[in-house]
Design a protein around this ligand. Structure first.
Ligand code: NAD
Length: 364
């Protein structure tokens, strides 16, 4: 049963935790024709609170004892986080790892369904979510988890391959960025870390929260980089398609950007530069970025490199998760609408600008 009443066709969305993921999700919510951003909750006044106000986002205090800090900084509050939860049809919780699980009692108290992020464990929620893989499983859930950036990237790639050719076994080395560009306290700054040093890493089991029976082993390495992750992928398929057939399959999926040779993009820095030059907000890449030249078949073994923009890839998934939880919209319609509003298109019409014609007024 949809929580969105007959009185309003707009889904009222609150965002609790307005950092790297939360601010991007809030901007994406505002672009959706069927969603209204009720507001965003912040723990303290800072530059992100200031820009939320500049964008006209109603600001709520995440920690009532700290509400006075906003008044002292001259930032007007709409209320406290409980108000945001009670005024919203659904909450996107984008707080740091572990905090989301602590917040669940608040969401349950107000009977407001919530979407947690990949920093939380799967047992904190009813379902883990990747739009193209298991959208329909979200119906009726109270708590959903959009899986981590790496798990989202792997799941998006594995879904069409398994559906079309069958996946016998996936083996992936994840070369992970040390921190996000704004995380001044992360590292390493001059090292290459087996991370975790034990094999396999947790990513494979996390992918199995989406594909329970899939055979996948992952290992992780952390490097001094902030821009993107890089996955070195080897997948043994049940059949042996040609490289052209594989690329055609992958190119049909708008959330997989098969980077053509003609762009002469050598690495993650140039991918990000391309996104910025193309006018993407914050230089965001919402798609998996797969180098077409890296796609190779040896017998039934597929090899490729893909890069994942950790700050952006889960944004479309959060938008689809909102609809999956509280609307009746089918998966294909939601995914197409999200893609259209963000500006994610298939490669023949590569477009990088968001739709702004239906953006809600700044004071909504
Ligand atoms: P972040 O630190 O950039 O943002 C979190 C925000 O929540 C900060 O503004 C922080 O002040 C605020 N906060 C702290 N405690 C709070 C509370 N009690 N109530 C409300 N707000 C609170 O973190 P992030 O990178 O956006 O990560 C958020 C979640 O998304 C985590 O689960 C993380 O694992 C996941 N995730 C992060 C990335 C990434 O690369 N950044 C990618 C995918 C998923």
């Amino acid at each position: 049963m949809s929580r969105v009443t007959a009185f309003t066709s707009m889904i009222r969305v609150g965002v609790n935790g307005y950092g790297t993921i939360g601010k991007r999700v809030a901007d994406a919510v505002r672009l959706q024709p069927d969603m209204q951003l009720i507001g965003v909750a912040k723990t303290r006044p800072n530059y992100e609170a200031e820009t939320a106000l500049q964008k006209g986002y109603p600001l709520y205090s995440a920690i009532p004892e700290q509400s006075h800090l906003f008044a002292e900084a001259g930032m007007e509050l709409h209320g406290e986080v409980e108000d945001l939860v009670s005024e919203s049809d659904v909450i996107v919780d984008a707080t740091p790892s572990g905090v989301g699980a602590d917040n669940c009692s608040l969401y349950k108290e107000h009977e407001t369904p919530a979407i947690l992020q990949g920093g939380e464990t799967s047992d904190a929620v009813d379902e883990s979510f990747v739009a193209q893989a298991n959208y329909d499983d979200a119906a009726g859930a109270e708590l959903l988890r959009v899986v981590s950036c790496n798990t989202t990237g792997l799941s998006r790639l594995l879904e069409p391959l398994d559906r079309t050719y069958g996946v016998d076994k996936a083996r992936v080395t994840l070369i992970r960025r040390g921190g996000d560009p704004n995380e001044t306290n992360r590292g390493p700054i001059n090292d290459i870390l087996p991370d975790p040093v034990t094999v396999p890493s947790h990513h494979g089991p996390d992918v199995r929260t989406i594909f329970p029976t899939l055979a996948i082993d992952t290992v992780g390495v952390t490097v001094p980089a902030t821009l993107m992750h890089l996955h070195s992928v080897n997948i043994t398929l049940d059949t042996a398609p040609t490289v052209d057939e594989l690329c055609e399959l992958l190119e049909r999926n708008p959330r997989l950007f098969v980077v053509p040779e003609k762009l002469d993009i050598e690495g993650t820095a140039q991918l990000k530069e391309f996104a910025k030059d193309s006018g993407r907000p914050r230089g965001d890449l919402w798609e998996n970025c797969l180098w077409k030249e890296s796609v190779a078949m040896e017998g039934t073994d597929l090899y490729l490199f893909q890069s994942i923009h950790q700050e952006a890839i889960v944004v479309p998934e959060n938008i689809d998760a909102i609809r999956a939880l509280v609307s009746q919209k089918p998966a294909a319609e939601s995914i197409a609408l999200t893609n259209d509003r963000l500006g994610i298109h298939s490669r023949d019409s590569y477009s990088t600008s968001q739709r702004s014609d239906t953006a809600q007024p700044a004071d909504d």
